[in-house]
Design a binder for this molecule. Structure first.
Ligand code: FAD
Length: 363
């Protein structure tokens, strides 16, 4: 019997895992514009430890055994096929769109060039090493971790972390953010809360200059990092009939992660407005659901008979401040040791190297 064809667009945290786990069950094609997967959480530490780049840029060559990874940019999708900018067309019984999000440099590749990403990271790393003062605008997980990584690796710099919120991690129980603030301050970081920056000069890359806060005070720094969130890349999915936009420009879905009038087209990850954050943690819930559901429907079951997707109520979070300390919320707050063992020490690098077929994963 011929296998059903599944075409997945985007080889990020959703796309690579769904492709890999369905490889034995379907005829899988993964379309990805870049030649390698990059791990953004570790791209933060790569700024103070540039040799990490060699470990966190993972070519797709050995990801799949039966299916194929096609390098190219998907430009249109119908109910039965995905077309690339090269003119190549891939017929599909089921389609998963996971085009993810973009982020300010140098934390995620901005185009399709991994060489450019590597260069941007190395450039900022060099400028950071020479800087004596750093201002980080945005105190979500990325900004907080960046402050922690710099202060742990390069003590003595003047580091200011600025947030428009009145607490760190306001969606989590108060103690979680309060403890992180205290730990950052112990590392020498100045944490400014409840102050919106008025004049960010660039949103997409670090720069030398100053920022003005809502109260009129000015902070001058050798490097100002804008880290104010991910931008979902939805232009492809928006072109489908019946798609509507939700919060933060993500697309709405039905209960089975379908965004359009096409019953065989699914979305997940940063582009999908399903009640989860734009996080890898969200994909650890969405991917297993998608894999299980697709296995059933390729065997002929109806999508509507499958259990609907239910998002995290409050997702767990791990926030290392460098390799040794940090805080985690895993349905209760945990401190340095748990955070170090679960994330801070290795940043999940061995896990992803294994997934991409590297045998040195545990070294
Ligand atoms: C610095 C940083 C640190 C982070 N740390 C954490 C963390 O510690 N924990 C956590 O839970 N989350 C973290 N996140 C968030 C996490 O990276 C995202 O939630 C995750 O990457 C989303 O996965 P995704 O598969 O939806 O999209 P992405 O990972 O963005 O992947 C999308 C892929 O689609 C490809 N693509 C896009 N359009 C096309 C097209 N038209 N044709 C072909 N390919 C296309 C892109 O090249 C990309 O490879 C972090 C984010 C950043 C920026």
């Amino acid at each position: 019997m011929t296998k059903k064809k599944i075409v997945i667009v985007g080889g990020g945290y959703v796309g690579f895992e769904v492709a890999k786990k369905l490889d034995a069950y379907a005829d899988v094609t993964l379309i990805e514009q870049r030649e390698a997967f990059v791990q953004p959480p570790a791209a933060i530490r790569a700024l103070v430890e540039p040799t990490l780049l060699d470990k966190i840029i993972l070519p797709y060559d050995n990801l799949l055994e039966s299916g194929k990874v096609v390098r190219g940019r998907a430009v249109s999708i119908s109910q039965t096929q995905v077309s690339l900018d090269s003119g190549a067309v891939f017929p599909a019984d089921f389609i998963v769109i996971a085009t993810g999000s973009s982020y300010a440099a140098p934390f995620k590749p901005s185009g399709d060039s991994i060489a450019d990403f590597r260069q941007a990271s190395m450039d900022v790393s060099g400028r950071l090493a020479r800087a004596t003062s750093v201002a980080i605008v945005g105190a979500g997980a990325v900004g907080t971790e960046l402050a922690g990584e710099i202060s742990a690796a390069q003590p003595g710099k003047t580091i200011t972390l600025i947030s428009s919120d009145d607490t760190l991690f306001p969606k989590y129980p108060a103690g979680f953010g309060t403890q992180l603030k205290r730990k950052l301050e112990r590392l020498g970081v100045t944490v400014i809360l409840g102050q919106r920056v008025q004049d960010l000069r660039h949103l997409d890359r670090p720069y030398e200059g100053s920022v003005t806060l809502a109260d009129g005070s000015v902070i001058t720094a050798d490097l100002v990092f804008p880290v104010i969130g991910s931008k979902p890349q939805t232009s492809l999915v928006q072109s489908l009939p019946g798609v509507t936009s939700g919060t933060a420009g993500r697309v709405e879905t039905d209960k089975w992660l379908r965004p359009s009038d096409y019953p065989n087209v699914f979305v997940a990850g940063d582009i999908a407005n399903v009640g989860d954050g734009m996080t890898i943690v969200a994909t650890t819930r969405q991917n297993p659901w998608l894999i299980k559901t697709l296995k059933k429907v390729i065997d002929g079951a109806s999508v509507e008979k499958q259990k609907p997707y239910v998002p995290w109520k409050r997702a767990p979070i791990l926030v290392p401040l460098g390799p040794v300390i940090g805080n985690s919320w895993l349905f209760a707050t945990f401190g340095d040791w748990i955070t170090r063992m679960m994330k801070g020490k290795a940043l999940f690098i061995p896990k992803y190297r294994r997934a991409f077929g590297f045998t040195d994963a545990d070294k």
